[in-house]
Write a protein that binds this ligand. Structure first.
Ligand code: CA
Length: 230
């Protein structure tokens, strides 16, 4: 979940201290909030308390396999995972098995390359499994049929309105920055030209809120972006 300044939170799951330290410093300098776990048990706890936007996951961990944990994350969350592999044999495993990793890097990697991959993954719109329905209270979204129902009645959304709601829905309870909204839905639109985004948010509120002037679901985080609450 992005913090007050719109910074993304990265969870590093890595048992080698030298990597933890270097990443902590390097990624902080690049404007990320870094939380570190040295094993899978710690990672599970931080997933709840720190609400990371992305997980950087080592393969060999003291209490289990990063491959299995990646699969678990893929099955239970929408948080993207970048696998960190130490050997080419591990790359084969990451690529060969469908474990749901968004990307991978091989040790030793350069910080600049890693940061570029992190940024690229964070910019990707989240793709849900086929047919998956996101159900948040009175709203239900079907991503294959591209339909939204509210209190069991289908509501009409334009293509952009659906995509915007989908972006918020796949980050339920997390702040989505204005920058991410524009990057994802309006390629090339300048950050200063945000009226289009505000217009779409306003229209969405008219369709999904009981009282659009006092929204309960689609909340504006002033100066940062928006958050969809169930
Ligand atoms: Ca390791």
């Amino acid at each position: 979940m992005v913090d007050q300044q719109g910074r993304n939170v990265i969870l590093i799951v890595e048992d080698e201290e030298s990597y933890q330290d270097a990443l902590n410093v390097g990624l902080s300098v690049e404007g990320f909030v870094v939380v570190g776990a040295t094993n899978i048990a710690e990672a599970r706890a931080l997933l709840v308390s720190a609400k990371p936007d992305l997980v950087l996951l080592d393969v060999m961990l003291p209490d289990g396999s990063g491959i299995d944990y990646c699969r678990e994350l893929h099955d239970t969350t929408h948080i993207p995972v970048i696998m960190v592999t130490a050997r080419t044999s591990e790359v084969d495993v990451v690529l060969g098995l469908e474990i749901g990793a968004a990307d991978y890097v091989t040790k030793p990697y350069r910080l600049r390359e890693l940061v570029a991959r992190i940024r690229a993954v964070l910019r990707r719109p989240l793709v849900l499994n086929e047919g998956e329905i996101v159900d948040f209270g009175e709203l239900k979204m079907n991503f294959v049929r591209r339909t939204v129902t509210r209190q069991n009645k289908e509501i009409e959304l334009s293509r952009k309105e659906f995509d915007l709601l989908a972006l918020f829905a796949t980050h339920l309870g997390q702040v989505v920055t204005r920058e991410v909204c524009l990057d994802t839905l309006w390629w090339g639109l300048e950050l200063s030209d945000t009226r289009t985004l505000d217009t779409h948010v306003k229209r969405l509120r008219q369709k999904i809120e009981d009282d659009p002037a006092n929204p309960r679901h689609l909340i504006t985080i002033r100066g940062v972006g928006f958050r969809l609450d169930a």
